[in-house]
Design a protein around this ligand. Structure first.
Ligand SMILES: *Cc1c(COP(=O)(O)O)cnc(C)c1O
Length: 480
């Protein structure tokens, strides 16, 4: 059909603007009643007006078949539109990437105890900033400060929106218009979205880069100290294998140097953990307590990385410095809300009983999941997935390695299991695998895997029982 010169017969079957029903007439159709009850007359009218205007344009350019302007047809389109625009944009997805703390997929999953705590404060008033003993205004930090100090042996603590905010606030409060000395090696190792130089300039501090290797650190730091120096800062680099961290000479020497010159020594620990993960066979990450014991004045770390809580950032350490930080105006701008506080308190409380952490703290139960358990799940899924993808692909169950994620030890340390899909055809394997990956990712319940060497890897470590069941029944309904 050519639109520029319609023939007599197509003209006959095409709708003219006059064929479109009036807005009021459609609105009064009885089928629309439940829809108006659900969405309200305002939204339904607005969407219907847009839809009719769109159809009118199509009719004017003679692109609208007459069959498409019946009230039934228009209502059908209207309902689809309403359903689409009111659908939630923030969706649950199935994380089969093998990365437990996946920043793009929302990092730590919280335990049910935290969900209940959050639900409570969502619908009821709380003592968020109200001192129940004095009846006066309180400080929201006190809700978790004692607990975090117990767990880290810090003198004081404050909580903000995330770790980037913690570093920004710490620098703004303690080193405005002053120099902060950081090892050059520690600047280049940080991931793309968080750059120490950018945070420094935002805080109005001047970054003084020194040294290149651990051995030369001490002399370099010493030489860089001057009138303007307000802080010596270390940044935890996930790419280094820091075993027995507290004994490392560089850190204790830095502490001595800071003490000699009365300059605070701080450390951005990133994925701060509160317990030694080595007791569960995981790689050792320096704990916040270990860093503080080495004499560092302040430590900053995230709430939603290895700690396993909600998005938050901590600054813990010397009371005199924390007091100063709490008074800075940015503290107010970067503070956390009550939902975060509720989740944080309930997650931190789990650390009081460390022996139960692997079963009660979701992040740790995912990290310590038995490979045999994961393998069993993968094997159960294999036949139905093989059937769904058809003969052009081969689905096999294979051992693989998961990652902790969020900058913690990206080494092959978590033996896992999962499904690997390979294309069996002659050519263009990568294109077929990419298409398959896209199809899975764009499902109503998106399934996120990872492509490696022209194969699609679906690591089952983070797959819940419930989602495994859903997948087993759903593969067949997915048009793969
Ligand atoms: C993750 C990380 C940050 C940023 O933490 P957010 O909580 O994402 O703001 C900063 N520094 C280091 C070393 C990190 O690993």
């Amino acid at each position: 059909m050519t639109h520029s010169s319609p023939t007599a017969t197509t003209l006959h079957t095409l709708a003219q603007p006059a064929d479109l029903p009036a807005l009021d007439k459609v609105l009064h159709q009885p089928e629309l009643k439940p829809c108006i009850q659900q969405y309200g007359l305002t939204l339904v009218t607005q969407q219907l007006r847009e839809l009719l205007a769109h159809l009118r344009t199509q009719a004017l350019s003679q692109q609208l078949p007459l069959a498409k302007v019946t009230a039934d047809h228009i209502i059908e389109q209207l309902l689809a539109k309403l359903e689409q625009i009111t659908r939630s944009e923030l969706k649950t997805v199935i994380n089969l990437t093998g990365t437990v703390l996946h920043t793009n997929l929302g990092r730590a999953l919280l335990p049910d105890s935290a969900v209940q705590a959050v639900a409570q404060v969502l619908t009821q008033p709380t003592n968020l900033e109200f001192d129940l003993n004095t009846g006066k205004r309180g400080d929201r930090d006190t809700l978790v400060e004692a607990l975090i100090c117990d767990l880290t042996e810090a003198e004081a603590a404050t909580v903000v929106n995330n770790n980037a905010a913690a570093v920004l606030l710490m620098l703004s409060a303690l080193a405005p218009q002053k120099d902060v000395i950081v090892s050059r090696g520690e600047l280049v190792e940080i991931g793309g979205s968080f750059r120490i130089p950018d945070i420094m300039s935002s805080a109005g501090s001047t970054l003084k880069e020194v040294g290149t290797t651990n051995r030369t650190h001490y002399a370099d730091y010493e030489r860089a100290i001057g009138e303007q120096t307000a802080m010596l800062m270390k940044v935890h680099c996930s790419n280094y294998a820091v075993v027995g961290f507290t004994k490392e000479t560089a850190l204790s020497q830095l502490v001595t140097l800071g003490q000699q010159h009365h300059i605070p020594v701080t450390m951005d620990l990133g994925s701060g953990t509160l317990v030694d993960l080595a007791q569960w066979g995981l790689p050792h990450e320096p704990t916040v307590k270990e860093i503080l014991q080495s004499g560092v004045d302040l430590v900053t770390f995230s709430g939603d990385k290895l700690l396993g809580g909600p998005q938050a950032g901590f600054i813990v350490g010397r009371k005199i410095l924390i007091d100063k930080i709490k008074k800075h105006p940015l503290k107010r701008a970067l503070r956390v809300g009550k939902l975060t506080m509720a989740a944080l308190e309930s997650v931190l409380a789990l650390y009081r009983s460390p022996e139960y952490l692997p079963e009660r703290l979701t992040t740790l139960s995912l990290l310590t999941r038995e490979q045999s358990d994961i393998a069993q799940q993968a094997k159960q899924l294999q036949p139905s997935l093989q059937q769904a993808v058809g003969q052009d692909f081969e689905v096999s169950c294979e051992p693989m390695y998961s990652q902790i994620g969020s900058g913690a030890m990206p080494v092959e340390s978590l033996p896992s299991f999962g499904l690997v899909i390979r294309y069996l055809g002659q050519a263009k394997a990568s294109r077929h695998i990419m298409q398959l990956e896209r199809k899975l990712r764009t499902q109503p319940l998106p399934i996120i895997g990872r492509i490696h060497k022209d194969a699609l890897y679906l690591d089952c470590r983070c797959l819940s029982e419930q989602h495994a069941h859903t997948l087993n029944t759903r593969w067949s309904t997915i048009q793969l």
